[in-house]
Design a protein around this ligand. Structure first.
Ligand SMILES: Cc1cc2nc3c(=O)[nH]c(=O)nc-3n(C[C@H](O)[C@H](O)[C@H](O)COP(=O)(O)OP(=O)(O)OC[C@H]3O[C@@H](n4cnc5c(N)ncnc54)[C@H](O)[C@@H]3O)c2cc1C
Length: 627
């Protein structure tokens, strides 16, 4: 008789996120932090999608000095700056892993590929997913689903409306689109990373690599080795980037080794590459484009160019419309055209839920946009914010027992936008509403008015600063008429939004490129409360802060509260965008549990299992390696 030892497991969640790229990771964390029991189903062993160690594309977002995306993305990147100054990809993976695996209410399923869905009319009841490592079929039931798979697997198995390819120019009046609609897309890429070393690094290409012998054969592509990004080793846009993914990967291998062979052995400037080694050539191509879900709204080139002034704004873009030629490397002209886009431009919530599947949200490169708008919205910082918005919306759906469309207007939309802003997502054009306690207080610092802390804008803008700044040690004080009992304090420090905080493309120095916690951030600070007798008492002290958004629970009765920065990560001045006493204080970022030592680990194992082998072996003279 035939065996079937495969496992089957069924579990139940409020929210199920499919795909663990930057969009899916942020969706999962946001959903869990806002109270929903959440599953995160990712078909790879690591999180981050194209930003992970498996693909290694750096995270880009809105252009402009003060426009960098904050919220969960900034939190993740600041932890990476602190723990990973050498820009090591394994450490970066571990930052993303820690965020997901030590997030209460979030259950990640790695190596787990969604393959099917069970429907009840226009609702998804459950998804089916195959976990390769455990030979287990998972059935995951949930109230709301979020597709962050990039390739929109839930469009393939639920009947959700989607489109792929380029729209005709006339359809939405987009002048960067072709005359007639077609199925062409941007292509896939296997990235290459280089490392500078101190000795000569010969390279012998595999015989099957493609052969490039002059710069004319690769026009507009190769620059120097230093800091180079090989995004342009791109093909597949003339095929189907899903169905043809495997042959496209095989081709990319031949292109990738061929390009490096050209740089090392044939380029006129090959002497400059003498000491450079091939650090890594990916095996999993990064994908740019395929199915885009259709929502209640389809964002177009014209919306992007008009600045995206939407009442239901939940995120923003700001990368140019970076429209790659579908022939990729085979096209002898410039590989992409950067059509200008204003930065920032708003993206509406209506692009994040399905027009025909009632409990389906999506986030990432598969949202409801045209090909032209996608060429801007697809960058990963934008995708991360879209993920945070979709995850927050899904958690609010669970809280209120309703479907995603309910959050498109009215008080529910207001709740969604307020929650996002409270979690440090900037919604351009919308000041963040402040607590009643903050509004009742008077803010000053060393005799000066500190009302800038009450303007609800937690970043600098081109017209001026929105930060309080003063020398380390100077206090900021909020005072009330009588006694108050703040539930906590919300602090927003300056994490230097002019820095992109990206992982490296190549390694020009042996130790990586040296990222670090921004010198502007406050490292140590204390909070003091004035009691009824007029005495100041320290109620909280932090010494190793590296985050921008910090919430401190307090619950102390006081007549006044003050904040004192004791040290920054380098700057003599402390800069603070927010110091807000709170009416209620939900601390959403969890502390990591501390890993135990070996004694505790052994104590978890039954003593009998730690008994020595019944027949002890003969001690070798020299220790031997074991297999
Ligand atoms: C070569 C290249 C260069 C680029 N350059 C940049 C750049 O410089 N900066 C930038 O910000 N962006 C860049 N982009 C664009 C950006 O990487 C993508 O648009 C972005 O990764 C989309 O994010 P996402 O989270 O939607 O999808 P992804 O990053 O693709 O993540 C989706 C995840 O879902 C998983 N998944 C797929 N199907 C399933 C399934 N059935 N079940 C479970 N999991 C599934 C995938 O394995 C993947 O990990 C580039 C893209 C490429 C390919």
């Amino acid at each position: 008789m035939k065996n079937n030892l495969l496992h089957h497991e069924t579990c139940e969640f409020d929210v199920c996120v499919v795909g663990g790229g930057m969009a899916g990771l942020c969706a999962g964390i946001a959903s869990a932090r806002n109270g929903a029991k959440t599953a995160l189903v990712q078909d790879r062993p690591v999180l981050g999608g194209n930003a992970s160690s498996e693909v290694r594309m750096w995270i880009c977002g809105a252009h402009g000095e003060h426009n960098k995306e904050t919220g969960l993305l900034e939190e993740i990147q600041l932890e990476n700056q602190c723990r990973n100054p050498g820009g090591n990809y394994s450490i970066w993976d571990s930052v993303l892993y820690g965020k997901a695996f030590y997030q209460p209410l979030l259950t990640p399923f790695l190596n787990c590929s969604c393959t099917d869905a069970e429907m009840d009319g226009d609702r998804i009841v459950s998804i089916k997913a195959w976990q390769l490592t455990s030979q287990t079929w998972h059935t995951i039931r949930a109230k709301t689903f979020i597709d962050c798979s990039g390739d929109s697997i839930l469009a393939a198995v639920t009947g959700a409306e989607f489109r792929a390819g380029r729209e005709a120019r006339h359809e939405f009046g987009e002048d960067i689109q072709p005359e007639a609609a077609d199925a062409k897309t941007m292509g896939n890429t296997l990235l290459i990373q280089l490392r500078r070393t101190e000795e000569s690094q010969p390279f012998i290409a595999p015989p099957w690599a493609y052969k490039f012998r002059s710069q004319e054969e690769l026009p507009h592509r190769i620059q120097g080795v230093n800091g180079h990004n090989f995004w342009w080793v791109e093909i597949g846009g003339l095929q189907d980037t899903i169905r043809d993914a495997e042959p496209i990967r095989d081709e990319l291998m031949r292109y990738g080794y061929g390009v490096w062979d050209y740089i090392k052995n044939h380029a006129p400037e090959r002497a400059k590459a003498e000491n450079w080694a091939l650090e890594w050539l990916g095996a999993l191509p990064g994908k740019r484009e395929n199915r885009r879900f259709m929502g209640d709204y389809v964002l177009t080139q014209n919306d992007v160019e008009a600045g995206g002034d939407f009442s239901d704004i939940i995120a923003y873009g700001g990368w140019s419309m970076d429209d790659h030629h579908p022939a990729g490397l085979l096209y002898p002209g410039r590989p992409t055209i950067f059509h200008p886009a204003p930065s920032p431009y708003g993206i509406p919530y209506r692009c994040l839920y399905s027009r025909n599947i009632s409990n389906l949200l999506f986030a990432g490169r598969n949202i409801s946009v045209t090909h032209a708008a996608l060429s801007s919205t697809r960058v990963m910082a934008t995708c991360a914010m879209l993920g945070q918005a979709a995850g927050t919306a899904a958690a609010l759906c669970a809280r209120h027992g309703c479907d995603p469309r309910s959050f498109a207007t009215g008080v529910r939309l207001d709740e969604l936008q307020r929650t996002l802003m409270d979690d440090d997502c900037w919604l351009p054009g919308r000041p963040r509403p402040l607590s009643e306690l903050a509004a009742r207080g008077t803010f000053h610092s060393g005799g000066d008015d500190a009302r800038v802390l009450l303007d609800g804008i937690d970043r600098d803008r081109p017209g001026g600063t929105h930060a309080w700044s003063g020398p380390v040690g100077r206090e900021i004080e909020v005072k009330w008429q009588g006694e108050e009992k703040p539930a906590g304090v919300r602090l927003v420090f300056d994490s230097d939004l002019s820095k992109q905080k990206q992982m490296p493309c190549t390694y020009p120095h042996r130790s990586g490129r040296g990222t670090a916690v921004p010198s502007t951030l406050v490292k140590s600070y204390r909070l003091e409360a004035m009691d009824a007798a007029g005495n100041w008492n320290v109620v909280h002290r932090a010494t190793e802060n590296y985050q921008r958004l910090v919430k401190v629970p307090l619950n102390v009765a006081c007549k006044a509260l003050r904040f004192v920065a004791e040290e920054t990560w380098g700057d003599p001045q402390a800069r603070i965008f927010g110091f807000e006493p709170l009416d209620s204080c939900a601390v959403k970022m969890p502390d990591y549990p501390s890993g135990p030592g070996i004694d505790e680990l052994r104590a978890r194992v039954p003593a009998a299992d730690l008994a020595p082998p019944s027949k002890p072996g003969k001690e070798p003279k020299k220790p031997k390696l074991s297999a």
